[in-house]
Design a binder for this molecule. Sequence first.
Ligand code: SF4
Ligand code: SF4
Length: 394
Amino acid sequence: MNAASPSAEAVLGIDADALNKCVQCGLCLPHCPTFRVTGDESLSPRGRIQLMRQVQNEGAPITPEVERAFESCVQCRGCETACPSQVPYGELIEPTRQAMAKRSRARSFIFERALGVLGKPALLGLVARAALVFRRLGLVPRRFGVPADVAPEREVIPATGDDVYLFTGCIMDAWQRDVHAACARVLAAAGVGVTPTGSEAPCCGALHRHAGLGDSSHAFAERVIAALSKDDRPILVDSAGCGAAMKEYGDWLGTEEARAFSARVFDMQEWLADHLDALPKPAPLDIKLAVQDPCHLRHVQKAHLATREVLRPFVRELVELDDEGLCCGAGGIYSVLEPELAGAIRDRKCGSIERASADIVVSANPGCSMHLAAAGIAVRHPMQVIDEALRNQR
Ligand code: SF4
Ligand code: SF4
């Protein structure tokens, strides 16, 4: 093959300017979870970018080692935050993963079918109940982090008004509806009327995007936009991964409608930080709280500081983890596909949590909390802590 004319298969479709921005300085390496646990340059941001250049610019073949380097990326984007040259790593890895998905039709077919369930709430409810039964029978591997209960049996999120939407989504609606309920109660305490989005907008498409299923993620984005664009209310999201995806719909779809939609999306803590004065001021809970930042809140939305701001009035003490926001290894379905790497990355996070000696750990993303729960760490959502403080005063 002529090295100057790469095959159609080898072209990753990455924007050339974005790919050329990396100066190979290596300052991102300590912030990359896969590099930290392996010490392997090809599993670092710099190594992956170099491989992308070789494939896209020089027509290098996609060997199993190259594919492994791309597939093992957690897509946490910690490297993006760390990079002084502002390399938009998300814009590099997303087309790369989509190109990888297209190379294996069988794998894409399986992912499409498996993740397609997320857009069918009734079917997802059945899957959640079946997973619970299998879990109780000891037939679900611990690493899947299947919760010990199924949310639909426990909580109903009532519509209380039309001030804001609360995006209820798929995984959280099946397994963590109690978090939605806590959000609704906190908003009610602030005098804010909530409309849960429910089955009209059943899934944001983030996991599809993460798996390289670009067309499916676009279809989900279009469905969510159509369902929630009858008015211009703010859309509050209590899952960091979903919020990050919905804030990027404008980039995904490249339309004015999608950009206008994304501008209405707020992480729950981010929005509440601007409305804290409306909440009652109960006595703080007598607890020491550690905050685990989901990568999609810290590195993509860059809204993680709001979590501290909204929690601080409601707890005795709030402490930081000592790992500078390093990923926990959950990464969408990464913990299922890459259990060894995900487990090794989580071990580092667990060490950091232990050193914090906190009574409670909070995380604003279902994937992180389920992944940490699979290692025996009880994690709560920030809104559940605030809800408890407010309920104590009632
Ligand atoms: S991505 Fe940024 S920090 Fe990492 S090697 Fe390239 S230029 Fe340096
Ligand atoms: S996105 Fe995360 S795992 Fe992937 S290269 Fe960047 S820091 Fe490493």
